[in-house]
Design a protein around this ligand. Structure first.
Ligand SMILES: CC(C)(COP(=O)(O)OP(=O)(O)OC[C@H]1O[C@@H](n2cnc3c(N)ncnc32)[C@H](O)[C@@H]1OP(=O)(O)O)[C@@H](O)C(=O)NCCC(=O)NCCS
Length: 136
C-alpha cells in the first residue's frame, strides 16, 4: 500500500504513535480530538523503512498537542522526511471525562520552537472557530 499515493497507512501510523505518546505523558488513556496540519512531503515505496517520531509539544489543562515526524529510508540512501502531522489529544478517565495532564517544559532551542508553534496553532484554531461561527 505504501507508494500507492494514498495516505491511509501513514495516517494510521501517525495516530498510533501520537496516541502512545499522549497516553504515556498522561499516564493513562487519551483520545484524539483533532488531526490537523498533516503534510505528505515525499512518497514512500514498498521496502522503505518508515520511522515515526512523536513528542508532546504543548499542553493545556486536559489537552496535549502532539507533533509527529515520519521519515523513510530506501536501501542505503539517506533518510528523507515523508510526513508531518499535528494532533490534539485529551486525557480521559474511565468514564471518558477529560482529566488534567502534566505540563511540558521546553529546554532545548528546538523544544522552544515547537512550543511557539503550538501557541500559533492554538491562536489559529481559536480565530478559525470564531470566523466559522460568524459565517453560519
Ligand atoms: C475529547 C472529549 C472528551 C472532549 O470533551 P469536551 O466535553 O469537549 O471537553 P472540554 O470542552 O472540557 O474540552 C477538553 C479539552 O479538549 C479541547 N478541545 C475540545 N475540542 C477541541 C478541538 N476541536 N480542537 C482542539 N482542542 C479541543 C479543549 O480545548 C480542552 O482542552 P484544555 O482542557 O487543555 O483547555 C470529547 O469531545 C470526546 O470524547 N470526543 C471523542 C474522542 C474520540 O473518540 N476520539 C477517537 C476518534 S476514533
Amino acid at each position: 500500500m505504501f507508494g500507492s499515493g494514498r495516505g491511509t497507512l501513514l495516517l494510521e501510523l501517525v495516530d498510533d504513535v501520537a496516541w502512545a505518546t499522549a497516553a504515556r505523558h498522561a499516564n493513562g488513556h487519551a483520545v484524539t480530538v483533532t488531526v490537523e496540519h498533516m503534510i505528505f512531503k515525499n512518497p514512500t515505496w514498498a521496502g522503505d523503512v518508515v520511522t515515526a517520531f512523536a513528542q508532546v509539544e504543548g499542553t493545556g489543562r486536559t489537552s496535549m498537542d502532539i507533533g509527529v515526524y515520519v521519515t523513510a529510508q530506501r536501501g542505503a540512501s539517506e533518510r528523507v522526511p515523508v510526513a508531518e502531522a499535528h494532533l490534539v489529544f485529551v486525557a480521559v478517565d474511565s468514564e471518558g471525562n477529560p482529566r488534567t495532564v502534566p505540563g511540558v517544559y521546553p529546554e532545548t532551542e528546538a523544544e522552544y520552537a515547537a512550543a511557539r508553534a503550538v501557541e500559533i496553532r492554538r491562536e489559529h484554531r481559536k480565530t478559525l472557530r470564531g470566523a466559522l461561527e460568524q459565517a453560519r
